[in-house]
Write a protein that binds this ligand. Sequence first.
Ligand code: KG4
Ligand code: ZN
Length: 360
Amino acid sequence: MYFLGIETSCDETAAAVVQCADAHALLNQGEQARILAEEVSSQVRIHEAYGGVVPELASRAHLTNLPWVVEQVLRSSGVRFSDLTAIGVTQGPGLKGCLMMGSSFAKALCLAQGLALIGVNHIEAHIHAAMMDNQGLRYPFLALVVSGGHTEIVEVRGLGRYHIWARSIDDAAGEAFDKSANLLGFDYPGGAALAALADTCSGSPFYLPRVMREAEGFSFSGLKTAISVLIKEQESALSYGEGQTKAFIAHAVQEAIVEALCHKLVLALRQTKARSVSVTGGVSANRRLRQRIKEIAGNNAFFPAASHCMDNAAMVAYTAALRYGFGQRDGLDMAVMARWPVEDLIAPPQWALEETRREA
Ligand code: KG4
Ligand code: ZN
């Protein structure tokens, strides 16, 4: 079976062709999905000048990029439209205009080629990216989803069965990295650049508060104020071009964010029955975070491949394959959902039926 995945929820236009056996084989018989081709066209250069994603510009860029990105993955995989089983497309959450570009494009292809359409939740796709890349990761597990828009610890009980254990009440972890990077003078998005500078030192004389350690959920907005105060205090060192001071501050920022995430993860592991942990979303590329989570969960820590941490379409095609295998089919009237919390998802029909039987 061949699945085409399309992702346009934010500022990346992505397409991928994934080959896999049916969903039952993928989940129960240790079959692996094969990614035949994937392409990501990033719009970072377009939005850089504005210091953030401009929705209207993002939608227009998707419209320009979609045809060649899809054409490219079909050409390099050697898969024709007539070989495809279904098209999986990100239905939400994300920027509405951006989601509409991807879903309209997918619907037109499905209509013209007589293919099945599968709407995919972007967060469910991030959660399953770790499963796509690691044969050893099986339900149930805890997923730490850390991206530019989301920070959540999700108890993953099965396909479409999610319970939120903790979530950010304000900024997302990626946003916290990006805003801190901006205060330190990095160009947008800046998270990865700040992390690279932080990794140049083994310690830091500065300490930033690990916000909301005991309370429910995450909160990163206070970190901005603490960093602004620290930068003000260190103004003269920074303005005299003392690169080391900037690196020390970057190190303190990274430690504060990573430790806030890990503290909650340890509590979640203690309170749930989950043994395995997966970390997904753009921030899961962070080296220090990976190191700390390996210390916490050992061989039960799972990460997606580096190219599948950020937004990509392979994870969308893979999740579509799982849902297709358990009977999901969407109509051409499928509406995009700018807001679509992952816990609102329901299991595809056959999975739900099998689960009921298993539990009876
Ligand atoms: O999942 P993603 O590609 O897009 C969203 O759905 O948001 O995540 C992008 C986020 C950005 O905030 C970016 O700065 C952050 O992931 N990021 C990192 C690193 N690489 C990307 N943050 C910290 N360390 C990194 N190495
Ligand atoms: Zn994402």
